[in-house]
Write a protein that binds this ligand. Structure first.
Ligand code: CA
Length: 239
């Protein structure tokens, strides 16, 4: 059962949201003050948090920053009034995952929360290293040989999935499921197109090849460049 925390001081709104999400089978806790919301967020194990910005006690930015400072990566959706109280960049800076402007329809909020829950099941931020490639999933940064490489969201997710298990061949069907949320359907060509784009950005400008096609099986990421091989040799020879 998914656990949801709603931190919002408009009680008429919270009761509607609580009823709605409980009707969907979630367990919902409510806090009407920021400090209380932060305490609950740190104590409880929530799958997602809906967080208002203008709150008594502690504002939503501070609550969000406090949750992240404690090393908790529960997905957070921030609520804002239309009068421009909310600065999207500031919200995302403090570690929010999404935002929604009031007034909103319950259906829109519901679909955003579902999207957050899907993302949450993919786990906390990681730093993935393969050879001279570094992926930071929280910042969605891709760096190779010290050079930052801009990637689209799909390209990043695809590279991350492959890089988590270096050397292992991942079938196209598994990539369609993990990266595109299309289990058992979806066009495998979409994977090929994104692999080509990744090759142009991540492999071609560098001497060593990371992305390998295993014909008829799938793809794998493997560091085969001479630099990586040498550093492995160096490491073993000094022992
Ligand atoms: Ca408020």
């Amino acid at each position: 059962m998914n656990r949801l925390l709603i931190v919002e001081d408009e009680t008429s709104l919270t009761s509607v949201l609580q009823r709605g999400f409980e009707a969907e089978g979630m367990r919902v806790d409510v806090a009407s003050r920021g400090d209380e919301g932060l305490r609950l967020a740190l104590e409880g194990e929530y799958d997602a948090i809906i967080l208002d910005i203008m709150l008594p006690g502690l504002n939503g930015y501070r609550v969000c920053a406090g949750i992240r400072a404690a090393g908790l990566w529960t997905p957070i959706l921030m609520l804002t009034a239309k009068d421009g109280e909310y600065d999207e960049a500031e919200g995302l800076d403090t570690g929010a995952d999404d935002y929604l402007t009031k007034p909103f329809s319950y259906l829109v909020l519901q679909s955003r929360v579902r999207a957050l829950l899907r993302r949450a099941s993919r786990g906390r931020p990681e730093r993935i290293e393969v050879g001279d490639l570094v992926l930071e999933t929280a910042a969605r940064r891709c760096v190779r040989a010290g050079r930052e490489i801009p990637l689209t969201a799909r390209e990043f997710d695809l590279l991350a999935v492959l890089s988590r298990t270096p050397g292992t061949v991942v079938p196209k069907s598994a990539l369609l499921e993990e990266v595109w949320d299309l289990p058992g359907e979806g066009d495998p060509n979409i994977v090929e197109v994104h692999i080509s784009a990744l090759r142009r950005k991540v492999d071609r400008p560098f001497p060593g090849k990371l992305l390998h096609t295993e014909r008829g099986l799938g793809y794998r990421v493997l560091a085969t460049d001479t630099g990586a091989a040498e550093s492995v040799r160096d490491a073993t020879s000094t022992r």
